[in-house]
Design a protein. Structure first.
Length: 298
């Protein structure tokens, strides 16, 4: 059985990370307020401890060995996480903003009506929201927390589900009065369908679940966000597919009407996500826990 290697002293790792990042013992020494000889000695001690060379010492420069290249990402991440945790718990970071990147329709329709409850519970936490209109499947989380739409299976991310939705057609009260005099087939053919690109389960999916596969699902207008499609529906420009968690308020207030008693469950949902293994400050943990609590309450 291979013998476990003990973790090297932190000051050796700090010297290695600085020298590898700056590709210079001299610049690393200046950054860490040490002498160049001390940096060199600590890195030699680290190499002896590990039993491997981390740098090739060239006449006028440095380069990382293959072992050094493999070791640097883990050391760099560990140093960053330690610095972040130290600042968050003991330094000025205790009062910094929590940055949340959020889907715009989720913010306006789900989060904004609830946000006063979080602020009342945590008045000391500052919040900054950035929108994430569309993300690629493998895009990393840039903020401390990210709220995105999908199936929750993003590589390298931890995801907590926030919504359990069904799809339902919605429209303005005025348009609904005209629809009431028509059959479902007639209403869906005569009126504009408001599509949102990017969702796997749209009008074609809903029509299949409703047993209306003979209808053409391609006609109408297309939008790149659900918030614009719902705005157009409220203004009487057509029929949109609403997610139940996002249209419940508008239905209760009368801004939108569900003209047909047909819902189709969707496997897509909103999730709060963060990079797996990444340090989360207390503000982020508090906000994430509150989101999950609100989702459970319905």
């Amino acid at each position: 059985m291979a013998r476990k290697k003990n973790t090297p002293p932190l000051n050796w790792l700090r010297s290695f990370e600085a020298a590898a990042r700056l590709m210079s013992f001299t610049r690393a020494a200046a950054e860490l307020n040490m002498t160049q000889a001390a940096i060199s000695q600590q890195i030699k001690g680290l190499e002896a401890h590990l039993g491997a060379s981390l740098f090739n010492r060239l006449p006028r420069s440095l380069e990382l060995t293959e072992t050094g290249k493999a070791y640097l990402p883990a050391v760099h991440e560990a140093m960053e996480r330690l610095a972040a945790a130290t600042n968050e718990i003991f330094g000025e970071g205790r009062g910094r903003l929590l940055t949340v990147r959020v889907n715009l329709v989720f913010f306006t329709r789900w989060l904004a009506p609830r946000l006063a409850r979080f602020r009342a519970r945590h008045p000391d936490i500052g919040l900054r929201f950035n929108s994430n209109i569309w993300l690629t499947e493998h895009e990393k989380v840039a903020a401390q927390l990210d709220i995105r739409y999908g199936k929750g299976n993003w590589p390298g991310l931890d995801a907590d589900r926030l919504t359990w939705d069904s799809l339902m057609p919605v429209c303005s009260p005025e348009l609904a009065r005209g629809v009431a005099a028509q059959s479902m087939d007639e209403a869906l053919t005569a009126n504009t369908l408001l599509h949102v690109i990017g969702y796997e389960e749209g009008w074609g999916y809903w029509l299949r679940r409703a047993g209306l596969t003979h209808l053409d699902a391609s006609h109408g207008m297309q939008f790149d966000t659900l918030i614009t499609a719902l705005e157009m529906a409220e203004r009487g420009h057509g029929i949109a597919l609403g997610r139940t968690s996002l249209v419940a308020g508008a239905l209760a207030e009368g801004g939108l009407v569900a003209p047909f008693d047909v819902e189709a469950p969707t496997s897509e949902a909103f999730y709060v996500v963060s990079a797996r293994g990444q340090y989360q400050p207390p503000q982020a943990r508090a906000f994430r826990d509150w989101l999950v609590e609100e989702a459970a309450a319905g």
